[in-house]
Design a protein around this ligand. Structure first.
Ligand code: SF4
Length: 340
Protein backbone atom coordinates (compact mmCIF):
# COMPACT_ATOMS: atom_id res chain seq x y z
CA UNK A 1 0.00 0.00 0.00
CA UNK A 2 1.17 3.48 -0.73
CA UNK A 3 1.59 5.30 2.60
CA UNK A 4 2.31 8.73 1.16
CA UNK A 5 -1.01 9.04 -0.64
CA UNK A 6 -3.29 6.47 1.02
CA UNK A 7 -5.39 4.82 -1.64
CA UNK A 8 -8.94 3.54 -1.25
CA UNK A 9 -9.90 -0.08 -1.70
CA UNK A 10 -12.48 0.64 -4.38
CA UNK A 11 -12.31 2.62 -7.58
CA UNK A 12 -15.40 4.72 -6.98
CA UNK A 13 -13.86 6.15 -3.80
CA UNK A 14 -10.65 6.84 -5.72
CA UNK A 15 -12.66 8.73 -8.32
CA UNK A 16 -14.27 10.85 -5.59
CA UNK A 17 -10.88 11.52 -3.98
CA UNK A 18 -9.11 12.81 -7.10
CA UNK A 19 -6.97 15.90 -6.56
CA UNK A 20 -8.58 18.90 -8.27
CA UNK A 21 -6.89 21.82 -6.51
CA UNK A 22 -3.61 22.95 -8.13
CA UNK A 23 -2.31 24.35 -4.82
CA UNK A 24 -2.89 20.99 -3.10
CA UNK A 25 -1.12 19.18 -5.94
CA UNK A 26 1.95 21.42 -5.68
CA UNK A 27 2.05 21.01 -1.92
CA UNK A 28 1.70 17.22 -1.99
CA UNK A 29 4.45 16.91 -4.58
CA UNK A 30 6.71 19.54 -2.96
CA UNK A 31 6.80 21.60 -6.13
CA UNK A 32 7.75 25.29 -6.36
CA UNK A 33 4.93 27.75 -5.63
CA UNK A 34 6.01 29.67 -8.75
CA UNK A 35 4.07 27.08 -10.77
CA UNK A 36 0.80 28.05 -9.12
CA UNK A 37 -0.12 31.14 -11.13
CA UNK A 38 0.06 29.33 -14.49
CA UNK A 39 -1.64 26.26 -13.06
CA UNK A 40 -4.59 28.28 -11.78
CA UNK A 41 -4.95 30.15 -15.08
CA UNK A 42 -4.91 26.96 -17.22
CA UNK A 43 -7.11 25.15 -14.71
CA UNK A 44 -9.96 27.55 -15.50
CA UNK A 45 -9.95 26.37 -19.12
CA UNK A 46 -9.49 22.62 -18.46
CA UNK A 47 -9.60 21.50 -14.85
CA UNK A 48 -6.88 19.61 -13.06
CA UNK A 49 -7.91 16.09 -12.15
CA UNK A 50 -5.54 13.40 -10.91
CA UNK A 51 -6.20 10.25 -8.89
CA UNK A 52 -3.99 9.31 -5.94
CA UNK A 53 -2.65 6.04 -7.41
CA UNK A 54 -1.21 8.13 -10.27
CA UNK A 55 0.16 10.71 -7.85
CA UNK A 56 2.10 7.98 -6.05
CA UNK A 57 4.09 7.28 -9.24
CA UNK A 58 5.32 10.89 -9.59
CA UNK A 59 8.75 11.82 -8.20
CA UNK A 60 8.43 14.49 -5.52
CA UNK A 61 10.09 17.84 -6.13
CA UNK A 62 10.66 17.23 -9.86
CA UNK A 63 8.77 19.66 -12.13
CA UNK A 64 9.97 17.62 -15.14
CA UNK A 65 8.60 14.29 -13.99
CA UNK A 66 7.01 12.67 -17.08
CA UNK A 67 3.80 11.76 -15.25
CA UNK A 68 3.48 15.19 -13.66
CA UNK A 69 3.89 16.91 -17.03
CA UNK A 70 0.91 14.99 -18.40
CA UNK A 71 -1.43 16.39 -15.77
CA UNK A 72 -0.07 19.73 -14.48
CA UNK A 73 -1.90 22.76 -15.95
CA UNK A 74 0.62 25.28 -17.36
CA UNK A 75 0.34 28.88 -18.50
CA UNK A 76 1.61 27.71 -21.94
CA UNK A 77 -1.83 26.19 -22.55
CA UNK A 78 -3.33 29.66 -22.89
CA UNK A 79 -1.15 30.63 -25.87
CA UNK A 80 -3.00 30.87 -29.19
CA UNK A 81 -1.03 28.84 -31.71
CA UNK A 82 -1.94 28.88 -35.43
CA UNK A 83 -3.30 25.51 -36.59
CA UNK A 84 -4.42 24.43 -33.11
CA UNK A 85 -8.18 24.49 -32.54
CA UNK A 86 -10.93 23.14 -30.32
CA UNK A 87 -12.05 20.30 -32.64
CA UNK A 88 -8.86 19.09 -34.32
CA UNK A 89 -10.42 15.87 -35.65
CA UNK A 90 -13.61 17.56 -36.91
CA UNK A 91 -15.67 15.16 -34.83
CA UNK A 92 -18.64 17.52 -34.84
CA UNK A 93 -19.17 16.57 -38.53
CA UNK A 94 -19.45 12.86 -37.64
CA UNK A 95 -21.56 13.26 -34.48
CA UNK A 96 -24.71 11.86 -36.12
CA UNK A 97 -26.78 11.31 -33.01
CA UNK A 98 -26.17 12.12 -29.35
CA UNK A 99 -23.22 10.04 -28.05
CA UNK A 100 -22.40 8.49 -31.45
CA UNK A 101 -19.55 9.39 -33.80
CA UNK A 102 -19.32 7.56 -37.12
CA UNK A 103 -16.05 8.39 -38.88
CA UNK A 104 -14.93 5.09 -40.42
CA UNK A 105 -17.16 2.79 -42.45
CA UNK A 106 -17.09 -0.32 -40.28
CA UNK A 107 -16.60 1.22 -36.83
CA UNK A 108 -18.77 3.43 -34.69
CA UNK A 109 -17.60 5.26 -31.61
CA UNK A 110 -19.89 5.74 -28.61
CA UNK A 111 -19.27 8.40 -25.97
CA UNK A 112 -20.29 6.45 -22.87
CA UNK A 113 -19.12 8.99 -20.35
CA UNK A 114 -17.81 12.53 -20.27
CA UNK A 115 -15.96 11.78 -17.04
CA UNK A 116 -12.31 10.82 -16.76
CA UNK A 117 -10.28 9.72 -13.76
CA UNK A 118 -7.45 11.91 -14.98
CA UNK A 119 -7.40 15.00 -17.15
CA UNK A 120 -4.54 14.68 -19.62
CA UNK A 121 -3.43 18.13 -20.71
CA UNK A 122 -2.90 17.05 -24.35
CA UNK A 123 -6.34 15.42 -24.70
CA UNK A 124 -7.85 16.07 -28.15
CA UNK A 125 -11.30 16.07 -26.54
CA UNK A 126 -10.48 18.68 -23.92
CA UNK A 127 -13.07 20.98 -25.55
CA UNK A 128 -15.57 18.25 -26.53
CA UNK A 129 -19.26 19.08 -25.93
CA UNK A 130 -19.94 16.17 -23.55
CA UNK A 131 -23.11 17.83 -22.25
CA UNK A 132 -24.65 17.49 -25.75
CA UNK A 133 -23.65 13.84 -26.02
CA UNK A 134 -25.29 12.16 -23.06
CA UNK A 135 -26.64 8.66 -23.54
CA UNK A 136 -29.92 8.59 -21.62
CA UNK A 137 -32.55 5.90 -22.41
CA UNK A 138 -33.97 7.83 -25.40
CA UNK A 139 -30.54 8.54 -26.90
CA UNK A 140 -29.46 4.94 -26.30
CA UNK A 141 -32.46 3.70 -28.27
CA UNK A 142 -31.50 6.11 -31.08
CA UNK A 143 -27.97 4.61 -31.06
CA UNK A 144 -29.37 1.07 -31.29
CA UNK A 145 -31.68 2.13 -34.14
CA UNK A 146 -28.71 3.70 -35.95
CA UNK A 147 -26.66 0.54 -35.56
CA UNK A 148 -29.49 -1.70 -36.77
CA UNK A 149 -29.77 0.50 -39.88
CA UNK A 150 -26.02 0.43 -40.66
CA UNK A 151 -25.11 -3.16 -41.32
CA UNK A 152 -21.61 -2.27 -42.54
CA UNK A 153 -20.66 -1.61 -38.90
CA UNK A 154 -18.91 -4.60 -37.33
CA UNK A 155 -17.25 -2.96 -34.34
CA UNK A 156 -18.44 -0.60 -31.64
CA UNK A 157 -15.84 1.45 -29.79
CA UNK A 158 -16.60 2.55 -26.23
CA UNK A 159 -14.95 5.90 -25.76
CA UNK A 160 -15.34 9.08 -23.78
CA UNK A 161 -14.20 10.62 -21.50
CA UNK A 162 -13.41 7.28 -20.02
CA UNK A 163 -16.01 4.61 -20.81
CA UNK A 164 -14.97 2.57 -17.78
CA UNK A 165 -16.21 5.40 -15.55
CA UNK A 166 -19.59 3.78 -16.37
CA UNK A 167 -20.93 1.43 -13.66
CA UNK A 168 -20.56 -2.29 -14.40
CA UNK A 169 -24.29 -3.05 -14.45
CA UNK A 170 -24.83 -0.35 -17.08
CA UNK A 171 -21.92 -1.64 -19.16
CA UNK A 172 -23.42 -5.11 -19.00
CA UNK A 173 -26.86 -3.89 -20.12
CA UNK A 174 -25.35 -1.94 -23.01
CA UNK A 175 -23.30 -4.92 -24.14
CA UNK A 176 -26.35 -7.12 -23.95
CA UNK A 177 -28.30 -4.67 -26.17
CA UNK A 178 -25.41 -4.43 -28.63
CA UNK A 179 -25.17 -8.22 -28.75
CA UNK A 180 -28.67 -8.19 -30.26
CA UNK A 181 -27.41 -6.24 -33.30
CA UNK A 182 -26.62 -9.17 -35.61
CA UNK A 183 -23.83 -7.66 -37.71
CA UNK A 184 -21.72 -6.48 -34.74
CA UNK A 185 -18.72 -8.70 -33.98
CA UNK A 186 -16.49 -6.83 -31.56
CA UNK A 187 -16.54 -4.24 -28.83
CA UNK A 188 -13.43 -2.19 -28.34
CA UNK A 189 -12.99 -0.21 -25.12
CA UNK A 190 -10.56 2.70 -25.02
CA UNK A 191 -9.72 3.39 -21.41
CA UNK A 192 -7.04 4.85 -19.19
CA UNK A 193 -8.78 3.75 -15.97
CA UNK A 194 -7.05 0.33 -15.53
CA UNK A 195 -3.76 2.27 -15.58
CA UNK A 196 -4.59 5.34 -13.53
CA UNK A 197 -6.80 3.50 -10.99
CA UNK A 198 -5.97 -0.21 -11.31
CA UNK A 199 -8.64 -1.08 -8.70
CA UNK A 200 -11.10 -0.47 -11.55
CA UNK A 201 -10.34 -3.99 -12.76
CA UNK A 202 -12.76 -6.01 -10.64
CA UNK A 203 -14.42 -9.40 -11.09
CA UNK A 204 -17.68 -7.65 -11.94
CA UNK A 205 -16.01 -5.53 -14.61
CA UNK A 206 -14.41 -8.58 -16.16
CA UNK A 207 -17.67 -10.50 -16.15
CA UNK A 208 -19.48 -7.49 -17.69
CA UNK A 209 -16.92 -7.17 -20.48
CA UNK A 210 -17.04 -10.88 -21.26
CA UNK A 211 -20.82 -11.28 -20.81
CA UNK A 212 -21.98 -10.70 -24.37
CA UNK A 213 -21.27 -12.56 -27.60
CA UNK A 214 -19.13 -9.60 -28.77
CA UNK A 215 -15.38 -10.18 -28.69
CA UNK A 216 -13.83 -7.67 -26.25
CA UNK A 217 -10.69 -5.69 -27.04
CA UNK A 218 -9.32 -3.27 -24.46
CA UNK A 219 -7.07 -0.49 -25.71
CA UNK A 220 -5.11 1.02 -22.85
CA UNK A 221 -3.44 4.40 -22.96
CA UNK A 222 0.06 4.37 -21.46
CA UNK A 223 2.61 6.95 -22.54
CA UNK A 224 5.55 6.23 -20.25
CA UNK A 225 6.87 3.10 -18.50
CA UNK A 226 6.78 4.90 -15.14
CA UNK A 227 2.96 4.63 -15.35
CA UNK A 228 3.18 0.85 -14.98
CA UNK A 229 3.51 -0.21 -11.35
CA UNK A 230 2.81 -3.54 -9.62
CA UNK A 231 -0.93 -2.83 -9.36
CA UNK A 232 -1.19 -2.01 -13.07
CA UNK A 233 0.65 -5.23 -13.92
CA UNK A 234 -1.79 -7.23 -11.75
CA UNK A 235 -4.77 -5.55 -13.43
CA UNK A 236 -3.43 -6.34 -16.92
CA UNK A 237 -2.75 -9.97 -16.01
CA UNK A 238 -6.33 -10.39 -14.75
CA UNK A 239 -7.77 -8.92 -17.94
CA UNK A 240 -5.53 -11.03 -20.10
CA UNK A 241 -6.37 -14.21 -18.21
CA UNK A 242 -10.06 -13.46 -18.83
CA UNK A 243 -9.37 -13.68 -22.57
CA UNK A 244 -9.56 -9.94 -23.28
CA UNK A 245 -7.23 -8.75 -26.03
CA UNK A 246 -5.03 -5.95 -24.68
CA UNK A 247 -3.50 -3.26 -26.87
CA UNK A 248 -1.88 0.05 -26.07
CA UNK A 249 -1.97 3.38 -27.78
CA UNK A 250 0.26 6.23 -26.72
CA UNK A 251 0.64 9.85 -27.72
CA UNK A 252 4.09 11.15 -28.58
CA UNK A 253 4.73 14.04 -26.20
CA UNK A 254 7.64 16.45 -26.22
CA UNK A 255 10.05 15.99 -23.28
CA UNK A 256 7.91 13.15 -21.92
CA UNK A 257 8.33 10.12 -24.16
CA UNK A 258 10.05 11.44 -27.29
CA UNK A 259 13.18 9.36 -26.93
CA UNK A 260 14.21 5.88 -27.94
CA UNK A 261 15.10 4.57 -24.52
CA UNK A 262 11.69 5.49 -23.00
CA UNK A 263 9.80 4.05 -25.98
CA UNK A 264 11.83 0.86 -25.93
CA UNK A 265 11.27 0.27 -22.22
CA UNK A 266 7.58 1.11 -22.68
CA UNK A 267 7.11 -1.49 -25.41
CA UNK A 268 8.99 -4.17 -23.49
CA UNK A 269 7.18 -3.46 -20.21
CA UNK A 270 3.77 -3.47 -21.90
CA UNK A 271 4.50 -6.78 -23.58
CA UNK A 272 5.66 -8.33 -20.31
CA UNK A 273 2.17 -7.57 -18.92
CA UNK A 274 0.40 -9.04 -21.95
CA UNK A 275 -0.24 -5.74 -23.77
CA UNK A 276 0.78 -5.22 -27.40
CA UNK A 277 1.99 -1.76 -28.45
CA UNK A 278 -0.50 -0.77 -31.14
CA UNK A 279 -0.36 2.92 -32.07
CA UNK A 280 1.95 5.81 -31.28
CA UNK A 281 0.01 8.91 -32.27
CA UNK A 282 1.55 12.23 -33.11
CA UNK A 283 -0.23 15.00 -31.26
CA UNK A 284 -3.64 16.11 -32.45
CA UNK A 285 -3.58 19.87 -32.90
CA UNK A 286 -5.89 20.72 -30.04
CA UNK A 287 -5.89 24.24 -28.63
CA UNK A 288 -3.91 24.30 -25.38
CA UNK A 289 -1.51 21.46 -26.19
CA UNK A 290 0.93 22.94 -28.73
CA UNK A 291 3.82 22.78 -26.23
CA UNK A 292 3.63 18.94 -26.40
CA UNK A 293 4.10 18.80 -30.16
CA UNK A 294 6.93 16.75 -31.68
CA UNK A 295 8.10 17.36 -35.23
CA UNK A 296 6.98 14.61 -37.69
CA UNK A 297 10.52 13.94 -38.91
CA UNK A 298 11.77 13.52 -35.35
CA UNK A 299 8.90 11.11 -34.69
CA UNK A 300 9.67 9.10 -37.83
CA UNK A 301 13.36 8.89 -36.95
CA UNK A 302 12.49 7.77 -33.42
CA UNK A 303 10.32 4.91 -34.68
CA UNK A 304 13.00 4.00 -37.25
CA UNK A 305 15.49 3.64 -34.40
CA UNK A 306 13.00 1.51 -32.49
CA UNK A 307 12.57 -0.74 -35.51
CA UNK A 308 16.28 -1.44 -35.55
CA UNK A 309 16.32 -2.45 -31.89
CA UNK A 310 13.03 -4.27 -31.32
CA UNK A 311 11.14 -7.11 -32.99
CA UNK A 312 8.43 -5.78 -35.28
CA UNK A 313 5.57 -6.75 -32.95
CA UNK A 314 6.96 -4.42 -30.27
CA UNK A 315 7.14 -1.37 -32.55
CA UNK A 316 3.93 0.70 -32.40
CA UNK A 317 2.56 2.11 -35.64
CA UNK A 318 3.25 5.82 -35.89
CA UNK A 319 0.05 7.49 -37.02
CA UNK A 320 -2.09 10.58 -37.11
CA UNK A 321 -5.75 11.08 -37.67
CA UNK A 322 -6.61 13.37 -40.56
CA UNK A 323 -10.28 14.40 -40.67
CA UNK A 324 -12.11 13.01 -43.69
CA UNK A 325 -9.69 10.14 -44.37
CA UNK A 326 -11.16 6.60 -44.27
CA UNK A 327 -8.62 5.38 -41.68
CA UNK A 328 -5.66 6.56 -39.62
CA UNK A 329 -2.72 7.81 -41.69
CA UNK A 330 0.55 6.00 -41.03
CA UNK A 331 3.83 7.92 -40.90
CA UNK A 332 6.64 5.73 -42.21
CA UNK A 333 9.66 5.25 -39.95
CA UNK A 334 12.96 6.76 -41.09
CA UNK A 335 15.87 4.37 -40.61
CA UNK A 336 19.07 5.61 -38.94
CA UNK A 337 21.15 7.29 -41.65
CA UNK A 338 18.22 7.49 -44.08
CA UNK A 339 17.98 10.87 -45.79
CA UNK A 340 14.45 12.26 -45.59
S1 SF4 B 1 -10.33 11.14 -22.65
FE1 SF4 B 1 -8.46 9.94 -22.28
S2 SF4 B 1 -6.79 11.30 -22.93
FE2 SF4 B 1 -8.63 12.56 -22.67
S3 SF4 B 1 -8.48 13.35 -20.57
FE3 SF4 B 1 -9.74 11.49 -20.52
S4 SF4 B 1 -8.28 9.85 -20.03
FE4 SF4 B 1 -7.08 11.60 -20.72
Amino acid sequence: MNLLYPTASDWQTELRQCIEDPAELLELLELPATLLEGALAANRDFALRVPRPWLSRIRKGDPNDPLLRQILPLGDELLQVPGFNTDPLAEADANHTSGLIHKYTDRVLLILSGACAINCRYCFRRHFPYADNQLGPRQWQAVLDYLHQHNQVSEVIFSGGDPLATPDNRLQRMLSDLGEVPHLQRVRIHSRLPVVIPQRVTDTLISALTSSRLQPVLVLHVNHPQEIDADVIKACVRLKQAGITLLNQAVLLRDINDNKSVQKILSETLFSCGVLPYYLFVLDAVAGAAHFDVDDRQAQRLVGELQSELPGYLVPRLAREIPGRPSKTLLLPLQPGQVD
